[in-house]
Design a protein around this ligand. Structure first.
Ligand SMILES: [Zn+2]
Length: 179
């Protein structure tokens, strides 16, 4: 059963917002946050500086989810947020997805829609796959987070660049070992 066609949008937006706001090399400017929402399927016409002001603390809150060390901790964190963020499910039929559920209607403000959607999509990811699909990048010098909703689910890095750099370093380390 497909509950929403937007799962990957909310999951991807959550990771991108966390990285923009909390990682060392992140860009948390209004323009950068607006671009992230646009790239992940949100209607950004309403975006304002006030939206960014609300999304920065939300991104810092979501970082704790990506850093959760156990399923119980991740569940407790999401349950706390689910009781704080009001949900107003709404049926929509505006594009090729067909009829699907949004977690907030179009008339509520954009920051609220982002909170509701990212939260529910992360909750769905956790229900479907447990805690193995989220984490902090395994590269030594990277503090960015990732969320993996692919079929295979083997992701451990925030990006191909970090995966490649780590693999090259491991290869060189092996070559230095005496045989
Ligand atoms: Zn990385």
């Amino acid at each position: 059963m497909r509950i929403t066609g937007y799962k990957s949008h909310g999951v991807g937006a959550a990771a991108a917002l966390v990285n923009a706001v909390t990682s060392r090399d992140g860009d948390d400017s209004d323009e950068a946050l607006r671009a992230i929402l646009g790239e992940h399927g949100f209607f950004v016409q309403q975006f304002a500086s006030a939206t960014a002001d609300e999304l920065r603390p939300w991104a810092r809150t979501l970082r704790s989810f990506f850093e959760a060390e156990s399923l119980d901790a991740a569940v407790a964190l999401l349950n706390g947020l689910l009781s704080d963020v009001p949900m107003h499910p709404h049926l929509a039929d505006h594009d090729e997805l067909g009829l699907h559920v949004h977690y907030a209607p179009p008339e509520v403000d954009l920051a609220h829609r982002v909170r509701a959607t990212t939260l529910m999509n992360l909750a769905e990811l956790l229900c479907d796959h447990g805690i193995d699909r989220i984490g902090v990048c395994a590269a030594a010098d990277c503090d960015r987070v990732y969320a993996d909703d692919s079929r295979g689910g083997r992701r451990r890095f925030c990006s191909d660049a970090c995966a490649n750099r780590t693999n090259v370093a491991a290869y060189r380390a092996r070559r230095r070992q005496p045989t």
